[in-house]
Design a protein around this ligand. Structure first.
Ligand SMILES: NC(=O)c1ccc[n+]([C@@H]2O[C@H](COP(=O)([O-])OP(=O)(O)OC[C@H]3O[C@@H](n4cnc5c(N)ncnc54)[C@H](O)[C@@H]3O)[C@@H](O)[C@H]2O)c1
Length: 349
């Protein structure tokens, strides 16, 4: 099948593009240029795309032109400003990219006859966080206490309104939480911060050491997105998978930032201890967990890498690449190992 991924130059987009290529699909992308030193940049992935389109989704002519050029069967919309802290610094830019950008994609997809499935990626942060430990299910109220969460909740509601108002192609919303994995070099993210500190022989500095988060490996999250896309494409009714789907790990993966850091330091065999950050910082939501039972029940999806494995696979990736391993081979190797594990567990790939 022919896929168009927005945000293909980003962390998830790079892993997703490789997964799709390894499964024999034609992949095109629409995004801004990759950040220097990002995984996309290190792999020099550009050559692997049918169309590697660089453009700004805030411009409706750019999104329409991308759809007209690629004429995809499947659109996976991941492009976003994805950082909470950056959204405090630049709320307008975050809203424009995450909300207007999604509007532009919805309109462009609606106008493109080839599309059989459209997946819009939002986040667990769309839920109104009432401080509950049990996971939030898809039909629970949305909210957004910071500009990023609000922008994603708006994109989510906007997508829902397109599903109920217009006769475009089948459209679904995927909500997942924090993901970890090799090759994330984004700023303000825990694992990249730990890796950078350890590589420099310094102590990792933690902003919220006692915050509990649900940790998931990027491959488990992307496997969920693809299970949903497969279900939409195979669906004879075409519309029965529309709406929102959660892809989160179970409670065994609800672990403090400090415990993840301790485990990463252990896997790195590094002789450092983390330190708490004492500078004033922005508010971040307390634990937000997802109830993913609908995805398990209806898509036969579940998390394949338990918490310890998710941290170990992530550390293994960085350790190998820091020691000179080829990032593309390392990434492809982990995708193959993951697919093998899925097959061993008897899950659909
Ligand atoms: N990484 C996580 O832990 C996490 C958790 C929940 C949800 N998400 C969501 O997953 C998606 C991908 O996140 P990521 O971690 O890969 O982010 P990332 O920052 O690594 O990548 C973002 C991508 O979006 C593109 N982009 C940003 N602004 C754009 C614009 N104006 N026009 C065109 N392209 C633009 C970038 O070029 C890049 O390709 C986002 O929608 C994010 O909100 C991520």
């Amino acid at each position: 099948m022919r896929f168009l991924i927005t945000g293909h130059t980003g962390f998830k987009g790079t892993w997703l593009s490789l997964m799709l290529q390894q499964r024999g699909h034609s992949v095109s992308g629409l995004a801004l240029d990759p950040e220097p030193g990002s995984l996309f940049d290190r792999i020099a992935l550009s050559d692997h795309f049918e169309h590697d389109i660089r453009g700004d989704i805030r411009d409706p002519e750019v999104t329409q032109a991308a759809l007209s050029t690629v004429r995809p069967d499947v659109v996976m919309h991941l492009a976003a400003q994805p950082l909470v802290r950056e959204s405090y610094r630049n709320p307008r830019g975050t809203i424009e990219t995450n909300v207007v950008g999604t509007l532009n994609m919805l309109e462009a997809v609606e106008a493109t006859e080839s599309v059989r499935a459209h997946l819009v990626v939002t986040t667990d942060k769309v839920y109104r966080n009432v401080g509950r430990v049990a996971g939030y299910a898809e039909d629970e109220p949305l909210g957004g206490d910071d500009p990023y969460s609000a922008s994603k909740a708006m994109a989510d509601i906007l997508t829902h309104s397109w599903i109920t108002s217009f006769r475009g192609p089948p459209t679904a919303i995927a909500r997942a939480g924090n993901v970890i994995g090799g090759g994330d070099f984004g700023k303000d993210r825990l694992l990249p911060d730990i890796v950078t500190a350890i590589a420099a022989g310094q102590a990792p500095v933690l902003r919220y050491p006692e915050s509990v988060r649900p940790w998931q490996h990027v491959l488990d999250c992307l496997q969920g997105y693809l299970a949903l896309v497969d279900a939409m494409v195979d669906d004879p009714d075409a519309t029965s998978h529309q709406g929102a789907w959660n892809f989160g790990p179970g409670p065994e993966s609800f672990v403090t930032v400090s415990a993840v850091t301790d485990l990463a330091i252990e896997f790195f065999r590094a002789d450092v201890r983390w330190e708490p950050d004492t500078t004033p910082t922005f508010e971040e939501a307390t634990l937000l967990a997802l109830d993913a039972r609908k995805s398990t029940r209806e898509l036969n999806w579940r998390n394949v890498l338990p918490f310890r494995d998710a941290v170990e696979w992530s550390v293994d990736w960085y350790a190998a690449v820091l020691q000179g391993a080829d990032p593309e081979e390392t990434t492809r190797g982990q995708i193959n190992a993951f697919d093998q594990r899925v097959r061993d567990l008897g899950e659909p790939t």
